[in-house]
Design a protein around this ligand. Structure first.
Ligand SMILES: Nc1ncnc2c1ncn2[C@@H]1O[C@H](COP(=O)(O)OP(=O)(O)O)[C@@H](O)[C@H]1O
Ligand SMILES: *[C@@H]1O[C@H](CO)[C@@H](O)[C@H](O)[C@H]1NC(C)=O
Ligand SMILES: *[C@@H]1O[C@H](CO)[C@@H](O)[C@H](O)[C@H]1NC(C)=O
Ligand SMILES: *[C@@H]1O[C@H](CO)[C@@H](O)[C@H](O)[C@H]1NC(C)=O
Ligand SMILES: *[C@@H]1O[C@H](CO)[C@@H](O)[C@H](O)[C@H]1NC(C)=O
Ligand SMILES: *[C@@H]1O[C@H](CO)[C@@H](O)[C@H](O)[C@H]1NC(C)=O
Ligand SMILES: *[C@@H]1O[C@H](CO)[C@@H](O)[C@H](O)[C@H]1NC(C)=O
Ligand SMILES: *[C@@H]1O[C@H](CO)[C@@H](O)[C@H](O)[C@H]1NC(C)=O
Ligand SMILES: [Mg+2]
Length: 506
């Protein structure tokens, strides 16, 4: 972790003069022809030099495939935009900013090292390769190297397989997340063990970051992390290191989530299905998240947002029969129908849904929900766990639950018979006399959300310590009022924004 901090600090401190000039990422070059010949001749007992050459070929092949994938996302967007609104591209063009020119280049490792005649330099790029350009339009904020050249409050947030993520404060005001390839991470580690070429391994990994950046840009939605910008700059070992600048969140902690109120947990599930609904109908087609674990998401203001998109895919699996449309999960397997077009029907959408079920819904949806909503939630958990519904139906069911909750209709059939009377005291609060309850919005007291005063009274009846409660003027995301429950009322004092109810003993 210390090493990472140093690496990033070095990255920031290093002259970023070159950064803006080096907005160029060279496309790795290699000769497909030669590679094919190598493959054809590929006997198991190759001499070491040939092994080295062919493994470098593998790396180049991987880099090329990643690059092609990135281009596909770019094109897909263009085609759709052009089909929908002729001339749309022309209109958006001036807003776009060059990400990189993909001019034919050379493999960095071979360009920089001496080679013996027995170990010839890596072949040049295929001549005539059209020089493609990747562009991004970065609104509303377009941050770049200049903005992250002088940051404060840098601290490590987390890392996964490929990237390391840091928090940083720009201009002492705007807190952002900075993502870059983690030099100490598993991805680079694994590649170095196989190929031993740092610069090329970096390039391979950085395509994941580029892919993510393009997807963050193309998939604009309240539950997709916002991309603010990016920066290419030189670092110690590597020219052109890429840092992306995004909205800041907090890493999703399942243990923590399990301790929050049902209302907040429902919000996570609700934002997740809204995200999945968008992904199923996205401008790029139906997007699936191949790595769906909770750590690929962050929380921003109580909402869930996806941050890790390097394992997203828009390809629907091709098939000739239903047997090809097999989805395997640790606890359950599914077989989806193969469509007449030869694609596994809704596989991307269903994979997302089952993952949402197994990582989120089972843990977050039913437990400690209002009793009258429980049956509806059990149906949702069961139907997603069985993949009976598509995302549209799932959204509709969660929306119904939200409606019942927000409108207070969920209280309809519960017997509402407060036994005690309460004395209402406007513009008053109780300073102390807190007791703890679960799951409270405040760890020192008992702060819960209610639909109305009647529900607050019911809760007070249920808590043996409760002698009074204070209605605050604060509301939760569903518009419910926060109420602080108290074990006494001796410390009453005036407060314009609050109303106190004191239990009257009879
Ligand atoms: N915008 C963000 N704000 C806060 N933490 C983040 C943000 N993005 C990612 N993280 C944290 O960093 C970790 C690694 O980021 P991620 O994009 O998932 O990288 P990887 O591809 O290596 O898995 C995540 O698991 C998450 O905890
Ligand atoms: C960096 O920020 C500090 C404090 O905000 C400021 O005093 C300093 O001039 C800045 N340096 C550069 C190079 O912008
Ligand atoms: C930071 O301040 C500089 C100089 O005042 C300005 O050019 C830049 O746009 C600011 N960046 C952000 C993110 O506010
Ligand atoms: C799922 O399929 C795999 C491969 O056919 C099999 O080994 C496994 O037992 C199946 N799991 C379940 C839960 O049916
Ligand atoms: C759904 O309900 C059926 C019938 O009660 C049950 O057999 C099945 O195990 C449930 N599935 C899940 C995923 O909860
Ligand atoms: C309340 O009961 C009525 C009649 O049984 C039913 O139609 C309604 O759906 C119930 N409401 C809730 C929120 O359960
Ligand atoms: C109060 O407790 C009763 C019995 O345990 C329960 O049925 C009811 O739902 C509770 N009411 C509230 C508002 O917590
Ligand atoms: C709630 O009370 C606070 C504290 O007095 C006050 O600043 C705020 O404006 C109030 N908000 C609303 C929505 O009434
Ligand atoms: Mg991740």
């Amino acid at each position: 972790m210390k090493r990472r901090k140093l690496a990033v600090a070095a990255g920031f401190c290093l002259s970023f003069l070159l950064g803006t000039l080096l907005n160029v990422l060279f496309i790795p070059a290699f000769d497909l022809q030669q590679r094919r010949q190598q493959q054809a001749a590929g006997s198991p007992s190759v001499v070491p030099e040939e092994a080295e050459r062919s493994s470098r070929g593998d790396l180049a092949q991987q880099i090329r495939e990643r690059y092609q994938e990135v281009l596909r996302y770019q094109r897909r967007q263009r085609d759709r935009a052009a089909a929908a609104v002729p001339g749309a591209r022309l209109l958006t063009r001036p807003l776009e900013r060059r990400l990189m020119d993909l001019a034919p280049g050379r493999l960095a490792s071979s360009a920089s090292s001496e080679r013996s005649p027995a170990n010839p330099p890596a072949p040049r790029a295929t001549p005539g390769e059209p020089s493609a350009q990747l562009e991004l339009s970065l609104s509303p904020l377009r941050l770049g190297c200049r903005d992250i050249g002088n940051v404060t409050g840098v601290h490590y947030l987390g890392s996964g397989y490929t990237k390391a993520v840091y928090k940083a404060v720009l201009n002492r005001s705007l807190a952002v997340a900075l993502k870059s390839v983690d030099f100490g991470g598993h991805d680079i580690d694994h590649c170095l063990k196989l190929f031993g070429a740092l610069e090329d391994c970096y390039r391979l990994a950085s395509y994941k970051l580029i892919k993510e950046m393009i997807l963050l840009q193309r998939l604009r939605h309240p539950n997709v992390l916002q991309l603010y910008g990016y920066c290419y700059q030189d670092s110690n070992d590597i020219s052109d290191t890429l840092t992306t600048i995004t909205e800041l969140g907090s890493p999703l902690e399942m243990i923590q989530l399990l301790q929050t109120s049902w209302e907040d947990r429902f919000r996570i599930c609700f934002s997740l299905v809204r995200l999945l609904h968008y992904l199923a109908h996205s401008p790029l087609g139906s997007v699936t998240l191949l790595d769906f674990r909770p750590r690929q998401f962050v929380i921003v203001d109580g909402e869930l947002k996806v941050t890790d998109l390097d394992d997203a895919s828009i390809e629907e699996t091709s098939c000739t029969s239903n047997r090809d449309c097999f989805m395997e999960f640790p606890a359950r397997n599914f077989s989806l129908p193969c469509s007449v077009e030869g694609k596994c029907q809704s596989m991307n959408e269903k994979r997302n849904l089952y993952n949402a079920y197994r990582f989120f819904f089972t843990y977050l949806l039913p437990h400690s929900a209002p009793a009258s909503l429980r049956p509806l939630l059990d149906v949702i958990v069961n139907a997603t766990g069985e993949l009976h519904w598509g995302i549209d139906t799932t959204v509709a069911h969660l929306e119904r639950v939200l409606h019942l909750y927000k409108s207070g209709l969920y209280l309809e059939n519960t017997t509402r018979t407060p036994r005690s009377g309460y004395r209402r005291m406007p513009e008053a609060t109780i300073a102390n006399e807190n007791y703890r309850c679960w799951p409270s919005y405040h760890h020192k007291g008992c702060l819960l959300s209610v639909f109305d005063v009647n529900e607050a009274m019911e809760i007070c009846e249920n808590h043996s310590q409760c002698k009074a409660f204070v209605l605050t003027n604060q509301t939760t995301w569903t518009g419910r009022q926060l109420v602080c429950f108290k074990m006494g009322s001796t410390s009453i004092m005036s407060d314009h924004d609050k109303t106190t109810y004191v239990k009257v003993m009879n």
